[in-house]
Design a protein around this ligand. Structure first.
Ligand SMILES: NC(=O)c1ccc[n+]([C@@H]2O[C@H](COP(=O)([O-])OP(=O)(O)OC[C@H]3O[C@@H](n4cnc5c(N)ncnc54)[C@H](O)[C@@H]3O)[C@@H](O)[C@H]2O)c1
Ligand SMILES: O=C(O)C[C@H](O)C(=O)O
Length: 345
């Protein structure tokens, strides 16, 4: 989704007490949709709660965390937009938070500090994701799950295993959120190519950590004749965008505001897909068979009423991108295996 989404979200605020939204000439009812955010009191969770409160496709916003959610919920609930807001805290309230959810967004878990890799978060976040997904399987097994918690390359396979064990796994409904990589690639490309950022499109494939993040600048539009050195530098900056923010925050966490924006874009795409809007395409890390031996892979996916409707191919790659694809395979494979092994214990 493009920045125009946020413009439409903001303009919708003024008419958001109505459950009718104009589509073309007809005024049609917008379906009731419950969105749950797990980790809603955190650095990402709070601005994401705000952005989802502004989204007119949401009728019920459920904010869950181990603590702090009554305050966040009271705060955003005063905004005069469509959704009802409820805050839940502590494990005993998790079921109520999840019941009936159409989309569950998970930014729960610890963020990086300078010097850490995303994989260094595994020991804490794997357990958090496992327990939250166990509850999702119980209380809202048909929800579309948007996994933000790192390391995404492993937390998505963990979620898949938990759902398999519970007998609820539907690979079409599980998404690793890699939208921030796309947001960064667009921003950095627009700066170098000197084109309007709002018009830029760049697919980002692979995974969500270091070299596994593979932006396909050869497919970027509007086209620009950037030198190989520029493409290399843009690729590196996109791969290290998270680290750039972690270092700038100097121990106070990782990307939160840009991530909330990216998470809101991706959740909006899921809601549109569920509502039957045609041609909703975003990059996401999903169960995939487009690359041998990598059962999870990020690429462009079409999102529809049942979740992933189609996994789009990678398209033609430059030699540099082909090499990047080879380089990411071993790290991505071991992160996937690590997640699967953890969840099967
Ligand atoms: N996918 C991405 O592109 C991306 C981008 C940025 C950050 N992240 C990841 O998102 C996660 C959250 O980052 P943050 O900056 O918001 O961290 P944060 O510490 O500010 O917030 C995390 C929140 O999770 C809550 N939490 C912890 N355990 C929980 C549980 N069992 N149930 C519910 N909530 C729980 C905490 O109470 C806290 O409020 C980190 O793992 C980070 O690495 C991912
Ligand atoms: O870099 C991080 O640790 C957070 C996130 O994955 C990001 O890309 O900003």
């Amino acid at each position: 989704m493009r920045p125009s989404m946020l413009r439409s979200v903001y303009s919708a605020v003024s008419r958001s007490s109505s459950k009718l939204v104009r589509r073309g000439y007809a005024t049609e009812p917008v379906p009731e949709r419950k969105v749950a955010i797990l980790g809603a009191a955190g650095g990402i969770g709070q601005p994401l709660s705000l952005l989802m409160k502004l989204n007119p496709l949401v009728s019920s916003l459920s904010l869950y965390d181990i603590g702090g959610t009554p305050g966040v919920a009271a705060d955003v609930s005063h905004i005069n937009s469509r959704s009802e807001v409820a805050g839940y805290q502590g494990e005993e309230e998790l079921g109520k938070a999840l019941e009936g959810a159409d989309v569950v967004i998970i930014p729960a878990g610890v963020p990086r500090k300078p010097g850490m890799t995303r994989d260094d978060l595994f020991n804490i976040n794997a357990g958090i994701v496992k327990s939250l997904c166990t509850a999702i399987a119980k209380y809202c097994p048909h929800a579309l799950v948007n996994m933000i918690s790192n390391p995404v390359n492993s937390t998505v396979p963990i979620a898949a295993e938990v759902f398999k064990k519970a007998g609820t796994y539907d690979e079409k409904r599980l998404f690793g959120v890699t939208t921030l990589d796309v947001v960064r690639a667009k921003t950095f490309y627009a700066g170098k190519a000197n084109v309007p950022v709002a018009e830029v499109n760049v697919p980002v494939v692979g995974g969500h950590a270091g070299v596994t993040i593979l932006p396909l600048f050869s497919q970027a539009t509007p086209k620009a004749n950037l030198s190989d050195d520029y493409i290399k530098a843009l690729t590196k900056r996109t791969q290290e965008g998270g680290t750039e923010v972690v270092e700038a925050k100097a121990g106070k966490g990782s990307a939160t505001l840009s991530m909330a924006y990216a998470g809101a874009i991706f959740a909006d795409a899921c809601l549109k897909g569920l509502n039957g809007v045609p041609d909703v395409v975003e990059c996401s890390y999903v169960q995939s068979n487009i690359i041998a031996d990598l059962p999870f892979f990020a690429s462009k996916v079409r999102i529809g009423k049942n979740g992933v409707e189609e996994i789009l191919g990678l398209g033609p790659l430059s030699d540099f991108e082909q090499q990047g694809l080879e380089n990411l395979k071993s790290e991505l494979k071991s992160s996937i295996e690590k997640g699967i092994k953890f969840a099967s214990q």
